[in-house]
Design a binder for this molecule. Structure first.
Ligand code: ZN
Length: 243
């Protein structure tokens, strides 16, 4: 009797292990995929550029996402005052709304990157056809408004997945991430945002900012003053990644 119970217990144990193991593997896989989807630096879904490698140069790249907006004017004026170049990852819809600001970005020698047409919160779930459309439509608007082309793409929310990787590969886009996320759309205090950026600001850094609020435009001047003091120069993403 005791022996029979022991055998049944053993079989039960083996049964649960054989059930638990695939579940554990699935959970680890899901965890890695989710992590890879949100941290572009891992290059989990295709190559992503997130910093420059020529550390001997005192170059960094300031990047501004989600514009153009009326706040872009102040950003442009400050960049001009401190003689810095930046990259603006523009949303197609915003380009349609403020074409004259896009022209101003381009004419001031800054680089324009593609940041999708809709910036939809669901973009991570889009199929290949829609994803290709998001990028090509924005490319067409950039061409129409600024008469230029762009080879760089930054995924909204920094989310990558196999569909986005296929779309960017098919359209020959370089996917650009960042090494410093300022969280300027999340953190309210300008001093706290600066405290996040400044200690991480090393040659080769790519800084993610947004030209969508008064506070970013305000803290930018303090950041530029710091950079000038440290002899750090902001260049375009193309310039930073030049071999
Ligand atoms: Zn964005």
């Amino acid at each position: 009797m005791a022996c029979a119970l022991l055998v049944t217990g053993y079989l039960g144990f083996v049964g649960s292990v054989s059930l638990l193991l695939p579940l554990a593997i699935a959970l680890v896989w899901l965890g890695l995929t989710a992590w890879g989807a949100f941290d572009m630096r891992l290059g989990y879904f295709g190559k992503t550029y997130w910093r420059g490698n020529r550390q001997e140069l005192q170059h960094i790249a300031l990047t501004f996402d989600d514009g153009p907006t009326p706040y872009t004017h102040k950003v442009l004026a400050l960049l001009k005052k401190y003689n810095m170049q930046a990259t603006f990852f523009c949303i197609g819809k915003q380009l349609e709304e403020h074409p004259e600001i896009a022209v101003s970005i381009f004419e001031n020698g800054h680089q324009i990157g593609n940041h999708s047409y809709s910036h939809s919160k669901q973009i991570g779930f889009f199929g290949l056809k829609n994803m290709l459309e998001e990028i090509t439509h924005t490319d067409q608007i950039i061409k129409k408004v600024c008469n230029t082309t762009t080879s760089i793409y930054r995924p909204p929310f920094g989310v990558t997945n196999p569909t986005i990787a296929r779309a960017t590969k098919q359209l020959d886009k370089e996917v650009i991430g960042w090494s410093i996320r300022s969280l300027d759309t999340v953190i309210k205090e300008e001093s706290s945002i600066l405290k996040r950026i400044i200690p991480r600001l090393k040659p080769g850094a790519i800084v993610l900012l947004h030209d969508t609020s008064e506070s970013t435009a305000n803290l930018l001047e303090q950041l530029l003053i710091y950079m000038e003091r440290k002899k750090l120069k902001s260049v375009t993403v193309d310039e930073l990644l030049k071999k």
